[in-house]
Design a protein around this ligand. Structure first.
Ligand code: 13P
Ligand code: SF4
Length: 375
């Protein structure tokens, strides 16, 4: 096999061609039929001949590169089910990244997830198929903002959502995800012997955490552009139209939306709820691909999909995952000094006792205030 150095990327030629030269032939069909049977309810027979050659090539390239693909719950079903090696919410993907055995980690998710993987596994090659796969929460706050908050509130620990840059994590005391935010807030308050904790940058997650704990919470004016769009009126309309459906929300939604729902938790908690309760009809108030992926696992449940698309998650496709593995691009790097400090915040979170089930928010008591930090 010839290995060619090509403008900073390593290309293996001539075996791995351009995407439009990959064909759906008998070999590909035979090697991927079992995967189509998994996604047949959410991927049409017309789409499959386009996806299958990419899936087949990606799965072969993964073995060649000794790579693993970490796929977030918001990936489209052909990525999530057919090439993802480890799937889950932000917490699970961070835990797995810290322990990965493979040489290469491909993040099928957004930039902060890939950066988290690199911080936790600094000696691995971490790739993201599209460097512009960002996040409205991550871009709502900078490391300089956190330094200013720290100077203004030296006695308050700063809990930072993982949906942030390495620099923001570096100036924080501990990270959290939607699976463990309440646990993290209560643990750090006890360690610092304080009744006030700063939870940044998601103001809605902060308010939803404030409703579940006696700790006083201060926050930042950030929002997830997917979840902030849902309103209590949307939930009312859905209830009227589907009185027999359970309504499940994510804690990045505004508190009024949480209060109107039946269940709330991280993407993994949402999936687990459907698995455990097997409702006849479910409505997931979150990103669109989530329902498709939960539907694959729960064929008996009917899903109503009043979802919103995350434009950042949707930048990741089979095509750019294939190109990422073929060309070993785009490689994540983090300044080592920042990485060491950010790792301490992530590790403080990962060191907390592991819980068997992701936290679920009590939707009955979901209206609390969390004033913005005044800086
Ligand atoms: P979780 O998967 O941790 O619930 O986070 C959802 C999300 O918006 C990730 O970007
Ligand atoms: Fe960020 Fe929201 Fe997209 Fe998640 S869904 S990546 S929080 S914008």
């Amino acid at each position: 096999m010839i290995q060619i150095e090509n403008s900073g990327t390593r290309r293996l030629e001539p075996i791995w061609p351009e995407v439009d030269q990959l064909v759906y032939d008998h070999g590909v069909k035979a090697r991927t039929n079992h995967l189509y049977s998994v996604v047949k309810d959410v991927v049409t027979p017309m789409e499959w001949p386009i996806f299958a050659p990419l899936i087949d090539a990606i799965n072969q390239l993964k073995a060649m590169r000794n790579a693993t693909i970490l796929a977030h719950n918001y990936m489209t079903p052909e990525i999530f089910n057919c090439v993802g090696d480890i799937t889950g919410d932000s917490l699970k993907l961070a835990q797995v990244a810290a322990e990965a055995k493979e040489d290469v980690i491909v993040q099928a998710g957004v930039h902060f997830m890939a950066e988290t993987a690199k911080i936790l596994s600094p000696n691995k090659t971490v790739l993201i198929p599209d460097m512009d796969a960002g996040c409205s929460l991550a871009s709502s706050i900078t490391g300089a903002d956190v330094q200013t908050i720290k100077a203004a509130y030296p006695d308050c620990p700063i809990v930072t959502y993982v949906n942030t840059s390495a620099e923001v994590k570096a100036y924080s005391d501990i990270c959290c995800t939607s699976s463990n935010a309440v646990q993290v807030v209560e643990a750090i308050a006890e360690q610092w012997n304080t009744d006030t904790v700063i939870v940044i940058p998601d103001q809605y997650l902060a308010k939803n955490v404030a409703a579940q704990t006696d700790i006083k919470i201060l926050t930042w004016k950030g929002e997830c552009e997917v979840h902030e769009q849902f309103t209590p009126e949307d939930i009312e309309d859905l209830r009227d139209a589907h009185p027999d459906a359970v309504i499940i929300t994510h804690p990045e939604c505004p508190p009024e939306v949480m209060a109107a729902a039946d269940f709330a938790g991280s993407t993994s908690a949402m999936a687990q709820y459907v698995r455990d309760k097997a409702p006849e009809k479910a409505i997931l108030i979150t990103e669109c691909s989530m329902s498709d992926n939960v539907a694959v696992e729960n064929p008996g449940v009917e899903f109503i999909k009043p979802c919103n698309l995350c434009p950042h998650m949707k930048r990741i496709s089979l095509t750019n995952i294939y190109e990422a593995l073929r060309d070993v691009k785009y490689e994540i790097s983090v300044d080592p000094v920042i990485a060491d400090k950010a790792r301490a915040s992530l590790q403080a979170m990962l060191n907390l006792p592991k819980v068997d089930n992701p936290f679920h928010f009590d939707t009955g008591k979901n209206l609390a205030s969390a004033p913005y930090v005044a800086i």
